[in-house]
Design a binder for this molecule. Structure first.
Ligand code: NAD
Length: 284
């Protein structure tokens, strides 16, 4: 029976740290503030926004919602971003993506002021992750993977880590963070052959393929720690599921994050912490 690595306690620990930081900042007249820029009313965006707002409130971080209609123009989007970039009372900006197809998401991503890029989406932030320079923030979900491993005392240095997924939001930055911490990392993707042969050799397996139940018993081995980043609503039951088939993994592996209640719970706490850190840096 696997140890269940719940995200809740990790989020609570991060919240306590962020709250201590925001309290100190507020005493000095600075209220850490996150602006969430959303276009349209996608259910996934609204749900993420609600979760982030709740977690930020627990951390003492103020959230400002900047919502644009679904049919907004690129010009209006860029103007809104620029206004948030200029606003000195806004410390962090979260741009909810993907944007509607008529908008240029690349241009919007790059327009974010690097200092306010609390979700590590700009090339500058990603460069920091890839060079290990420590400049900018890693994407919150990738950082959440490492926070969970650290919280539960999972050794990273010297271990074999396999990351499934090469997106710039999760897979690649998570792989870089694990490598920076001394893991020997293999990145798998949609072109990878014989996936089970590779994943079975992992000490730490990070599943971020965005394929519900992709990881079954044939991919797993005893002794592994499995971090399931995937979030999917099962079309038949409506229940939230991960990339890992939980029922198959739980009797086999050493430790496993649940879905829901795993990585997702930690991501918004990382976001709040990043925002507080930007506000703290403004005081220096
Ligand atoms: P994505 O679609 O951009 O990337 C998926 C990656 O998985 C790609 O690199 C692809 O090559 C790889 N892949 C797809 N099928 C594969 C297969 N059969 N074998 C091996 N590799 C395969 O998705 P993303 O934005 O990186 O998100 C991944 C998952 O994480 C999604 O389920 C998403 O909902 C979830 N997610 C969770 C959080 C969170 O806070 N928990 C945040 C962001 C994303």
């Amino acid at each position: 029976m696997a140890e269940i690595l719940k995200g809740g306690p990790v989020a609570v620990a991060l919240t306590e740290k962020a709250a201590a930081l925001t309290e100190a900042l507020t005493a000095q007249g600075v209220t850490p503030t996150l602006a969430i820029l959303r276009v349209g009313e996608r259910a996934a965006d609204l749900s993420y926004e609600r979760g982030a707002a709740k977690r930020c409130a627990a951390c003492g971080v103020t959230v400002r919602s900047a919502a644009l209609p679904e049919d907004t123009t690129q010009e209006r989007l860029m103007e809104t971003l620029e206004a948030l970039n200029r606003d000195e009372t806004v410390h962090g900006i979260l741009l909810l993506r993907p944007l509607p197809a008529h908008l240029d998401g690349e241009a919007a991503r790059q327009a974010l002021r690097p200092e306010k890029d609390v979700d590590g989406v700009t090339d500058g932030s990603l460069a920091g992750v890839f060079t290990g320079s420590g400049q900018g923030f890693a994407p919150c979900t990738a950082q959440a993977v490492v926070e969970i491993l650290d919280h539960y005392g999972v050794e990273i240095r010297g271990k074999r880590a396999v990351v499934i997924g090469r997106s710039l939001v999760v897979g690649r930055p998570a792989a870089m963070l694990l490598m920076e911490r001394g893991a020997t990392v293999t990145i798998c993707h949609s072109g990878t052959e014989s996936l089970p042969d590779i994943t079975r050799g992992a000490d730490i397996l990070v599943a971020a393929a965005g394929r519900m139940g992709l990881i079954g018993p044939e991919h797993l081995a005893p002794g592994q720690t499995v971090i399931d980043v995937g979030i999917h609503q099962d079309p038949t039951t409506g229940v939230l599921r991960g990339d890992v088939c939980f029922e198959a993994a739980e009797p086999v592996v050493k430790a496993l994050t649940p879905v829901p209640g795993g990585v997702g719970a930690v991501t918004s706490a990382v976001l709040a912490m990043h925002t507080a850190q930007v506000a703290g840096a403004c005081l220096k």
